[in-house]
Design a protein around this ligand. Sequence first.
Ligand SMILES: *Cc1c(COP(=O)(O)O)cnc(C)c1O
Length: 378
Amino acid sequence: MEVSPSVPALRLRLASPVAGEEELEAIRRVLASGQLTNGPETARFEEEFARYHEVAHGIAMANGTVALAAIYLALGLGPGDEVIVPSLTFVSSVTSIVHVGATPVFAEIDPVTYNLDPDDVVRRISPRTKAVLAVHHGGQPAALDKLQEVTDEAGIHLIEDAAEAHGAVYQGKPVGGWGIAGMFSFTPTKNITMGEGGMVTTNDARVAAQLRLLRNHGQSALYRHETLGWNWRLSDIQAAMGRVQLTRLPGIIEAKRKKASWMEDRLRSVDGVRTPRVLGGAEHTYMLYTLWVDSQRDAVLERLLADGIEGRIYFPPVHRQPLFMGLGISLPVTDEVAGHILSVPFHSRLVEEELEDVASSLTRAAQLTQRPQSADVR
Ligand SMILES: *Cc1c(COP(=O)(O)O)cnc(C)c1O
């Protein structure tokens, strides 16, 4: 991500991937084997990732965006079909729907968890609705039990955008297996990464088979093309690295949970800044640490950047992007949330002094910008 020239060098970055000798060793093994794609590393990564998330099938993909498009295609979604999505997400949760010719329909989010509001989802269901895409914002599972009830009742698919939520759990069950299919991404800001990469999880053998065809030119055997497909494969080099990354995941999540509880204690007495709230039954994995700033969020962000601490808005709402602005969509809760959220550095390698650095910068910024409480949606 480019930093504008007026911003001083950032001392603390939002993300910092953990990778070392073990990954290099795994990559060397693939290079020595001579099989760089379509090989055993991909198959093992799929099995291990699926087992970790307690689902029957893992289908590795080139990235999370095409993984989503592949899910829609595997389910037969296309022109005339609607998919309900939140707007406070990465743009490709939505553009992947457009790419297959279907129509995204935005629903509001819960202003505490930033995840889909199941009651608003119900209001957006039409005879054309075929699926609901539940995004797990920053690693916090959406209200999957309620969303499952809603989609079961309507006879439509629940799909999970778990791009940010590897290893997250809701009511004792990992994300990725709640709906017909779940998607994960491995770009460098996520909790584990191979630079690029994606994964679909599903318990449905037919969907899994369809996804395998779609990602490899529709081939059922060499040069036998059953259906219209793409090259959406992950390489064995990435898969080998992914297998090592997966072994690091429990440690990364545990480290982040400890930091989250440290920050909660530290910021409790700071007026104007509220720490993330975790939904009952949810086990958050803190890919993001998203604060709620009561007033003058942009001034607080500027203060942080001036202190050399990276901060970012995850995400400027998709319905406000030039791409979708012409549609005149109104989402007041989402807009309100987008005006208060601020994600701060929260990678697994931050030491206590660095967390303190973030906390004291926030404290100073909040003191400078504090105003009498205005009414908000929380
Ligand atoms: C990262 C991300 C994606 C896209 O994944 P890529 O691997 O970058 O294509 C989609 N949705 C969400 C919520 C993400 O965070």
